[in-house]
Design a protein around this ligand. Structure first.
Ligand code: UD1
Length: 344
């Protein structure tokens, strides 16, 4: 079985390539290296002993996409991670986000529609729910108006796939709505590599822990939660990666009930920002410098998943705890910033 993974050198993509190869799939990666590095390939080889094929290609290049598919007619499935994902940047440069995240999706679906049989997995986000009325959030919770162009590309992306599947019986698709992926491979051969100042909580924490940032700003301490900080569903990236393999296998075995389905990927447990900080302090044995600051515009108060559908229908369940995931994130951060400490 041969699978195309777009964005396969990125954070979630690279961990998924590892799990695919562990399950015996052959993988070809497309990545434009806009937010990743070719060195990630070496990490994948170190873990799996197998080098995936790699094609450096910008999926906005329609002609290059056609050529790729013409030369790769043996694909059994496509997992499409390649996209921009910075919320703030999407507000400043909406057209970049719509162009990159939506044009490339359309191109992929055009190519897949022309295939005799196509299976497609799409990276979506819990951001499609906005501030849901009920916790935990099920897949049938209403999709709310997006807070950012980035979030909108995930909503519109799902609609594009749904509309295409309706009229394309040879195309089977699943959208996976990620809650808050974090952590790294336990081997510390691959992990998250944010460019510049991290926008997400966990890489900011580990970079602060390692001394790269002075202190973490906790955005908001007056929310109506147990300790006043926001609640999210943090899930180990390896659990997220494994869910992609299971979802693909479901499509390959033709077990899916309809040709477009969506699943939440979370643990089902919400943690406050302060609980995440405590987890860091527990696993690292270090005190974290942090201060409480004003709320960040656009943040929802609480978001955690009802995972019943993924558990029962996919037969997948997140296995790692917050501390497991944090330990892997910390090991990775130390490896890339303090290699001398790790090798001792
Ligand atoms: C964010 C996006 C979400 C996107 C996801 C992908 C927003 C509103 N949401 O999720 O759409 O799918 O990233 O990367 O941007 N926090 C701090 N200090 C920090 C950073 C974060 O206190 O320096 C807090 C936030 O206020 C939030 C929690 O930590 O309560 C998690 O934040 P983050 O990691 O940015 O994820 P989301 O906001 O949940």
């Amino acid at each position: 079985m041969r699978v195309l993974v777009t964005g396969g050198l990125g954070f979630i993509g690279s961990h998924t390539v590892v799990e695919l190869q562990n399950e015996g799939f052959d993988v070809v990666i497309i990545d434009d290296l806009s937010n990743s590095s070719e060195d990630v390939l070496e990490g994948i080889v170190a873990i799996t002993g197998k080098r995936p094929d790699f094609v450096r290609l910008d999926l906005r290049d329609r002609k290059a996409v056609s050529t790729f598919f013409a030369e790769n007619k043996d694909l059994d499935g496509v997992i499409h991670f390649a996209a921009f994902k910075a919320v703030g940047e999407s507000v400043a440069k909406p057209l970049n986000y719509y162009e990159n995240n939506l044009n490339t999706l359309v191109y992929m679906l055009q190519e897949l529609s022309a295939m005799q049989r196509a299976r497609f997995i799409f990276s979506s986000s819990c951001t499609v729910y906005g501030q849901a009325d009920k916790m935990p959030i099920t897949e049938s919770a209403p999709v709310k108006a997006a807070e950012s162009p980035y979030g909108n590309t995930k909503q519109i992306g799902e609609e594009i796939i749904r509309d295409t599947c309706k009229v394309t019986p040879n195309l089977q698709a699943i959208a996976l709505r990620y809650f808050n992926p974090m952590g790294a491979h336990p081997s510390a051969h691959i992990g998250e590599l944010p460019l510049g100042v991290p926008q997400n909580l966990v890489p900011f924490i580990t970079q602060t822990g390692v001394g790269l940032r002075k202190e973490l700003s906790v955005f908001g301490s007056d929310y109506p939660t147990s300790d006043g900080t926001c609640i999210r569903d943090y899930i180990h990236v390896v659990d997220v990666a494994k869910a992609h393999v299971v979802a693909l296998q479901r499509l390959l075995k033709e077990e899916n009930a309809s040709n477009f389905d969506v699943f939440n990927l979370g643990t089902g447990t919400g943690s406050t920002v302060l609980e995440v900080i405590e987890s860091f302090e527990r696993v690292s044995g270090e005190k974290l410098n942090y201060k409480m600051v004003a709320r960040r515009p656009g943040d929802v108060i609480t978001a955690y998943a009802d995972t019943t559908k993924a558990n029962e229908v996919l037969g997948w369940k997140a296995e790692s705890t917050l501390d497991d995931a944090m330990k892997s994130a910390w090991d990775w951060e130390q490896k890339i910033r303090r290699p001398e400490a790790v090798s001792q």
